[in-house]
Design a protein around this ligand. Structure first.
Ligand SMILES: CC(C)(COP(=O)(O)OP(=O)(O)OC[C@H]1O[C@@H](n2cnc3c(N)ncnc32)[C@H](O)[C@@H]1OP(=O)(O)O)[C@@H](O)C(=O)NCCC(=O)NCCS
Length: 145
């Protein structure tokens, strides 16, 4: 996130049937300003802003949490979500202290379910708000030895 691309992130749109799936980017950016653990990331294809993702990975916790993710409606279905998620997971892995990543989504959100399952997330069940929780155990370089 930079001051320069902030307005472009705020202009990103979802289709009306997706609006309930994630908080608005305006809300997320406000949250990011107040929460020191929030790590907001802009999804860019070359110099074009196409999406937004936010996660937290506190240094004293082996769990990271991706809690905002969206690709602008115009750019969906082109593999950008998958590529952005892969890059976010690479970044989280490179922090070094994270062993697993959690994510949550509305159970009827088939696009999210498909995307996260193909990245290796395993569904754990519904939380108290009726959201599906899924978890990914990260492979580390030690696992490859
Ligand atoms: C979820 C989201 C980020 C995916 O982004 P995207 O760029 O469209 O995803 P991709 O094009 O990379 O597709 C990833 C996979 O999901 C599949 N997919 C995409 N939309 C789908 C849909 N509506 N139903 C089922 N599968 C879908 C793709 O076929 C692809 O699968 P594949 O790799 O097996 O071919 C996007 O749909 C979005 O912003 N949705 C609204 C906000 C939201 O729901 N965020 C998640 C809440 S946590």
């Amino acid at each position: 996130m930079t001051e320069a691309n902030r307005a472009l992130v705020l202009a990103l749109q979802l289709s009306p049937d997706q609006m309930d799936f994630v908080a608005t980017n305006a809300e997320s950016l406000e949250e990011a300003e107040e929460d020191r653990d929030a790590r907001p990331r802009v999804v860019m294809i070359k110099d074009r802003v196409v999406g937004f993702l936010m996660y937290e990975a506190p240094a004293d916790d082996d769990e990271a949490r991706i809690y905002r993710f969206m690709i602008d409606r115009t750019y969906q279905g082109r593999g950008y979500g998958k590529a952005a998620l892969r890059q976010a997971l690479d970044e989280i892995r490179s922090l070094g202290h994270v062993r697993h990543v959690s994510i949550c989504y509305a159970p009827e959100n088939e696009a999210a379910r498909h995307l996260y399952r193909s990245a290796g997330f395993v569904e754990e069940g519904l939380d108290e708000d009726g959201e599906m929780i899924a978890d990914l155990v990260l492979r580390t370089q030690m696992d490859d030895l």
